[in-house]
Design a protein around this ligand. Structure first.
Ligand code: AMP
Ligand code: ZN
Length: 469
């Protein structure tokens, strides 16, 4: 069975056949950098990371693009209130975002364009739409996208979402980037400068102003991935109007199909409601780290549910995830002990029933629940064989190779102290105590003892760690 995804465009599960295999162009709408991302946002970015890792494990050559929305209403409001510059304000949250991304072990996108770095491309795209008569300049100097003119060219507005276009009133406009599907109206491509914008504006052939949110993504994605590309991802709240408007702007300008597959992740909920800044029901990654949870535990939790199912977040659920992950960690620890030296000689390629089942599950529209089912079946079976003493060093090495293949997709990683025998950890603690007591003779002696037993001490920002020599 080949890879299949649910495509929001066709509202069905379809075979995945990229436009120019093995290359795959993938764009995921990135964060608006006016605050720390919450773990609802992270659910979507971890989902995008899973899609990318799965495609790469199937030997596709993925170009992963994720934009940074670094100019919009909330950002401008903050810049004004804090009397700071746009770059200074957004730069801090952008850096925090990529630090969090590392904590969650998401692969860094190949390109991470900022909207403010693509103003010429955005202007060029708007000029194209003006030239084709699909955009128009309003009395206030802003430029709007005309849904009526777009439809008049034979184009389809409402590809991702069924809309009641009979209710459309020609020329009715909305300047705000976020609006509901009840208001299908002409939307802003370029917002003319108003006093509240302060220093945040750019010159353009249509006057000073700044881009609308939707046009940013059309301009950046097409500039980097071409007029037509394979995959576009985001959270389900972006289907309308953001993604619908991206399609309209892009197809309106180029006359070519914009994106072949649209994948949308369902929301992370808190007590049945979308986790969001405006509801105040959110946790940032940092909030959870401060409560003692590790990035890999949070990543694991976010990866437990199928991406198209809403998922309720609770701290108890996270505690449960931590316990479930410990089961895997323990099993891997025992396997490492048994495998011992035969690790190095184990075969690089591995075929196992678990891997086959894991592959089938993920090929089936990333059926992660079935994939975890297989993994826990494997853990139970492995633990049983360990208890029965029926696992040879070679078997254990093979099992570890299986896990490594699986984990290259899941990105859970190993516990930082995985594989360090308790005796070595005790020695490390004793050395720390000796150092604290300024008994350097003793601490050096313990370091030498550790070295003789094959372990070296590495200083990390989180304190000393043991590493196998
Ligand atoms: P934003 O920074 O608000 O533009 O959002 C970044 C990404 O997070 C978008 O793809 C949103 O769809 C997604 N997102 C926002 N809230 C949630 C949530 N509660 N659960 C899952 N994804 C979300
Ligand atoms: Zn976008």
């Amino acid at each position: 069975m080949g890879l299949k995804f649910f495509n929001t465009l066709s509202r069905s599960v379809q075979d995945f056949t990229p436009l120019a295999p093995p290359r795959v162009g993938m764009y995921c709408c990135g964060p608006t950098v006016y605050d720390f991302a919450h773990i609802g946002n992270w659910r979507t970015f971890v989902f995008a990371d899973l899609v990318r890792r799965w495609l790469e494990s199937k030997s596709f050559q993925v170009t992963h693009v994720m934009n940074i929305t670094d100019v919009e209403d909330k950002i401008i409001k903050n810049v004004r209130e804090r009397k700071t510059s746009l770059r200074e304000f957004t730069g801090a949250y952008e850096a925090a975002f990529f630090a969090d991304m590392k904590t969650l072990n998401c692969l860094e996108p190949h390109a991470r364009p900022r909207a403010t770095g693509y103003i010429p491309e955005i202007i060029a795209l708007i000029e194209k739409l003006l030239a084709r008569g699909i955009a128009y300049k309003a009395a206030d100097g802003s430029v709007y996208f005309s849904i009526e003119k777009y439809r008049g060219c034979g184009c389809h507005y409402g590809q991702l979402l069924k809309l009641n276009l009979d209710a459309l009133r020609a020329g009715e406009r909305v300047r705000s980037d976020e609006y509901s599907k009840e208001s299908v109206t002409d939307f802003a491509l370029w917002k003319s400068r108003v006093p509240e914008d302060g220093d945040v504006f750019w010159p353009s052939p249509f006057g000073e102003g700044r881009p609308g949110w939707h046009i940013e993504c059309s301009a950046m994605s097409m500039k980097i991935l071409g007029d037509s590309f394979d995959l576009h991802l985001g959270g389900e709240d972006l289907v309308f109007p953001h993604h619908e408007d991206e399609i309209a702007q892009s197809e309106g300008a180029t006359g070519k199909p914009f994106v072949k597959y649209w994948l949308h992740g369902a929301h992370l909920l808190v007590e049945g409601k979308k986790m969001s800044k405006s509801l105040g029901n959110y946790f940032t990654l940092r909030d959870l780290q401060a409560k003692g949870f590790a990035g890999r535990e949070i990543r694991y939790l976010l990866l437990t549910a199928h991406y198209r199912e809403t998922f309720n977040f609770t701290l108890e659920g996270l505690q449960g995830a931590k316990a479930a992950l410990s089961r895997i960690d323990e099993c891997l620890g025992k396997l490492r002990e048994i495998a011992g030296a035969s690790r190095a000689t184990s075969p690089v390629t591995v075929e196992s029933a678990t891997l086959t089942a894991f592959t089938e599950a993920l090929d089936d529209d990333l059926n992660i629940s079935a994939a975890w089912g297989e993994i826990f079946k494997w853990v139970t079976d492995t633990n049983k064989r360990i208890a029965e003493n029926s696992l040879t060093a070679g078997d254990a090495a093979l099992a570890l190779t299986t896990w490594e293949k699986i984990d290259s997709v899941l990105g859970i990683g190993t516990r930082p102290d995985a594989g360090v025998p308790p005796e070595m950890n005790s020695l490390l603690e004793a050395r720390q105590a000796a150092r604290k007591a300024k008994d350097f003779k003793k601490s050096d002696a313990i370091r030498d003892e550790l070295k003789a037993k094959g372990w070296t001490i590495e200083d990390t920002p989180k304190g000393p760690r043991l590493k196998k020599i």
